[in-house]
Design a binder for this molecule. Structure first.
Ligand SMILES: *Cc1c(COP(=O)(O)O)cnc(C)c1O
Length: 474
């Protein structure tokens, strides 16, 4: 028996027209953009799969809440709504709003790290690590080894390796550790979840040593969904309860509301530690705004609050992950090489790039374009070709993103050379996903004609955002 379709648990009330362009027009636009999808104008893009950050569609209920924005400088009623939402859904007592996730990380890192202290994390996230290092902290990777192997089928590659934590304590002592920074659905491992069992054991370890856990809760709902789907004992348990159980192991969290919370901007710090809360309130005034708005308008806080209740709807989160599976499945059926890490689902279900734990599909550009050597930027080439073919925008995650080794000046050559197709929440239908799939299939059939690129402008930092390329003409 085939698996039953799970349709979107919502219908469409407002539409935003998409601009259809001609191939000729897109050829011109990609040339103007230096063959870099980051440099395209959004209005020239048909289906935008660049990122899922801040690109969610809000509900009618969220938009209605925007009209109830209380834009008082102090004590906005929307702050209290947000506070209640965080208390009820995440289970933390105190909350400090911030304009987005990295602002919450900035304040937390500055207040909780003594220079020279270690912050163990299950892999790193760019902004999280940056703020830890700015505060004088040292990033320590405590994720299980399986996470670094894209082909490994482990269902919970976000798990923490407790032996690595033991080693750190033995070598440096307990006081050398500021806190454990634990991220659900680890972004840089491709969105890999941890298991509740692992979290339980990590929390017991942390409790024994008196070390707090501060979550990067950005993708906690997606992690809760994978626990429901994959972990014995959790089938049928509402994601809302799983999320609460998960958060109960932490002292608090930092949050980028631009992901799980279904809004376009926002973030917060939440904690049960009253002293930390007091100090965070003192600091947020300096960097963000008064502690009852933290750089957000009242209406934005209302939208976050309402998004927090909507995100824990089981039907919503299931349909979201199913949409990613739909796209991954169509690519796989056509024999297109995608990263296949294989989660805990039944084999017929393991269609998706698990490394991205339900928010993206990765096309393997090395295997897609085997005739394009890595120093001719196969993923950059493929992302540009996809745009020209259909107006679909993806992102390079390969040698361009990896940058140069600061000591040798050579390209860092990553094992993975990928085009990331990231699916915004509640924005596109599965027919849009079919358009994306069919464009990939067309390119795959004509792949031998696709030629590589040469880089003609290279910024010194984070070059993938602004680098420019030209086709190699033989
Ligand atoms: C996006 C993200 C952040 C940073 O949040 P911003 O809102 O972009 O500042 C931090 N951690 C993780 C895991 C993220 O995905």
């Amino acid at each position: 028996m085939h698996k039953r379709t799970i349709a979107e648990p919502y219908k469409i009330k407002v539409v935003e027209p998409l601009r259809m362009t001609t191939r000729h027009y897109r050829e011109e636009k990609i040339r103007e953009a230096g063959h870099n999808t980051f440099l395209l104008r959004s209005e020239d893009v048909y289906i935008d799969l660049l990122t899922d950050s801040g690109t969610s569609a809000m509900s009618d209920n969220q938009w209605a809440g925007m009209m109830l924005g209380d834009e008082a400088y102090a004590g906005s009623r929307n702050f209290y709504t947000l506070e209640r939402a965080v208390q009820e859904i995440y289970g933390f007592r105190y909350i400090v709003p911030t304009h987005q996730g990295r602002a919450a990380e900035h304040i937390t890192s500055q207040l909780r790290i003594e220079p020279g202290q270690y912050v163990p994390m299950n892999m790193y996230f760019t902004t999280t690590r940056e703020h830890v290092e700015r505060a004088g902290g040292i990033f320590y990777d405590c994720i299980i080894d399986e996470a670094h192997d894209p082909a490994n089928p482990h269902p919970f590659k976000g798990n923490v390796d407790i032996a690595k934590l033991d080693r750190l304590v033995q070598e440096k002592g307990r006081d050398a550790i500021a806190y454990l920074s634990i991220a659900p659905c680890v972004n840089m491992a491709g969105g890999q979840p941890f298991s509740m069992d692992n979290l339980h054991r990590v929390a017991a370890w942390a409790g024994r040593h008196g070390i707090p856990i501060i979550f990067d809760a950005t993708r906690a709902v997606e992690n809760a969904y994978f626990i429901q789907q994959r972990e014995p004992g959790y089938a049928g348990k509402p994601v809302r309860e799983i999320l609460q159980e998960m958060m109960s192991y932490g002292e608090g969290c930092t949050m980028s509301s631009k992901k799980d919370n279904l809004v376009n901007i926002g973030g917060f710090i939440a904690t049960n530690n009253e002293e930390f809360f007091t100090r965070a309130k003192e600091m947020v005034v300096v960097f963000e705004g008064l502690h009852t708005y933290g750089g957000l308008a009242g209406r934005d806080m209302e939208a976050v609050a309402r998004g927090i209740y909507e995100m824990v709807d089981d039907a919503y989160i299931a349909s979201r992950v199913r949409q990613v599976e739909h796209l991954g499945g169509r690519l796989r059926e056509a024999g297109i090489p995608i990263v296949e890490p294989i989660g805990g689902h039944a084999p017929e279900d393991a269609l998706v790039d698990r490394p991205d734990g339900g928010h993206a599909v990765f096309v393997d550009a090395k295997r897609f374009l085997p005739h394009v050597p890595q120093d001719e930027f196969p993923a950059q080439t493929l992302a540009a070709a996809l745009y020209v073919d259909s107006g679909v925008r993806g992102m390079e995650r390969g040698i361009v993103s990896a940058g140069r080794d600061p000591t040798t000046g050579n390209h860092r050559v990553p094992k993975l050379e990928l085009v990331r197709l990231t699916i915004p929440r509640r924005v596109y239908t599965n027919l849009h996903m079919d358009v994306v799939a069919e464009s990939c299939i067309t390119l795959y059939e004509g792949r031998k004609a696709i030629r590589g690129l040469k880089m003609v402008y290279e910024p010194p930092e984070l070059r993938f955002f602004q680098a420019r390329f030209e086709p190699i003409i033989p």
